[in-house]
Design a protein around this ligand. Structure first.
Ligand code: NAD
Ligand code: UFG
Length: 352
């Protein structure tokens, strides 16, 4: 029995990739969890699988509401169901290319949705938030590793929504010091839960490297286009800080604990990364090793707007949240392959 019930957390976007993994860890830590998600980029099956992984006792603490943050009535319905001690706010659109084509959609969904959430949180006197920001707010960093007090810059409408929302959060906290807000800047989340039951399931052709490699490995795509092999790096391909989604999930639990324990935390940013850079070819090699499959590659021109190398300084999160990533590339590829091989069509049983 989940006898040591802790606080009640609203998780927006909890049916998505990072959300499902975080909800599972929250349940395991005995939190009560309410999810609101409009299923724009997720399916109810993902939440069902979280329930199975959590087991019958802990999953009794999970409540799932289909609703849209742009609709205040949907939010109101959830806020009248329970008294929330904090909100973890994942809900948002995240595809860079799509944001260039449909800026209004991104500003409306990410900004208006979050403003509604702030409004309802204020109304129901819930003033603690963990917000999903991104390493994208560092733009093309002049120095690496990226440190939290670097000057921020947005490169596209998606990045601007994250940057604006960080600024909005800082202003809201300044206006009412009762607010406690943690901004988590994720680097490149990859991998899956070790069970292989939950993982990333992008709709359409993936934009990001690891889901793309995964789909090549299971035969859904013929080859990987490697964007640029003329970067000034060890093998000519770009460097990123890939982080296992379970490490990220644990980072949210650590952030939440910090939020509850620190009265004057204000509005504060932390990087969630490993602090290690890996090239595109390192990730291809890691996935080939984990899967035993050859990943055919084709070198292509650089993708517009891509930085040469981005990785995190992890000192602040380590010192102040007591959190550090545990997994390396081998575990990220092992777990992502486990998910991919068990679920070649993601949460669908066949070609959706
Ligand atoms: P995801 O798309 O898998 O999950 C986001 C969830 O939010 C989806 O289930 C979607 O249906 C839901 N959602 C979107 N708009 C909504 C709305 N208006 N109302 C209700 N639900 C809504 O994405 P993810 O990878 O889990 O990312 C979670 C958050 O982390 C996002 O805010 C994203 O921008 C941020 N982030 C992700 C990455 C990454 O590479 N995955 C990197 C940095 C930051
Ligand atoms: N890449 C390829 N081929 C592909 C996809 C990607 O070579 O098919 C390369 C990219 O050029 C880049 C690297 O793989 O060098 C990583 O690309 P991703 O698209 O996976 O990740 P990004 O670092 O470009 O961006 C991602 C998210 C952003 C987020 C950022 C930091 O897309 O929204 O991580 O969290 F801001």
């Amino acid at each position: 029995m989940a006898s040591q019930k802790k606080q009640c957390i609203l998780v927006t976007g909890g049916a998505g990739f990072i959300g499902t993994h975080t909800v599972l860890q929250l349940l395991r830590e005995y939190y009560r969890v309410y999810i609101i998600d409009n299923l724009h980029n997720s399916v109810p099956e993902a939440v069902e699988r979280v329930k199975v992984l959590a087991g019958p006792a802990l999953s009794a603490n999970l409540h799932f509401h289909v609703g849209d943050l742009r609709n205040k009535d949907d939010l109101e319905k959830v806020f009248t169901q329970a008294r929330f001690d904090a909100v973890i706010h994942f809900a948002g659109l995240k595809a860079v290319g799509e944001s260039v084509e449909k800026p209004f959609f991104y500003y409306d969904n990410n900004i208006v949705g979050t403003l509604n959430l702030f409004e309802l949180m204020t109304k129901y006197d819930c003033k603690k938030m963990v917000f999903s920001s991104s390493a994208t707010v560092y733009g093309q960093p002049k120095k690496i590793p990226c440190v939290e007090d670097f000057q921020l810059q947005a490169m596209n409408p998606y990045g601007r929504t994250k940057l604006f929302l960080e600024e909005i959060a800082r202003d809201i906290q300044k206006g009412d010091p009762k607010w406690r807000i943690v901004l988590l800047r994720y680097f490149n989340p990859v991998g899956a839960h070790e069970s292989g039951q939950i993982g990333e399931d992008p709709k359409g052709i993936p934009n990001n490297l690891m889901p793309y490699i995964q789909q090549v490995a299971v035969g859904r795509l013929p080859e990987l286009n490697v964007f640029g092999n003329d970067y000034p790096t060890k093998d000519g391909t770009a460097i990123r800080d890939y982080i296992h989604v379970m490490d990220l999930a644990d980072g949210h639990v650590a952030a939440l604990q910090k939020l509850f324990n620190t009265e004057n935390i204000g509005c504060i940013a932390y990087n969630l990364g490993t602090g290690h850079g890996a090239s595109v070819l390192d990730m291809v090699a890691g996935f080939e090793k984990a899967s035993g499959k050859k990943i055919p590659i084709k070198f292509c021109p650089r993708r517009q707007g891509d930085a040469t190398a981005v990785y995190a300084s992890t000192e602040k999160a380590q010192k102040e949240l007591g959190w550090k990533a545990r997994y390396g590339i081998d575990e990220m590829c092992r777990d992502q392959w486990n998910w991919a091989s068990k679920n070649p069509w993601g949460y669908h049983s066949q070609h959706p």
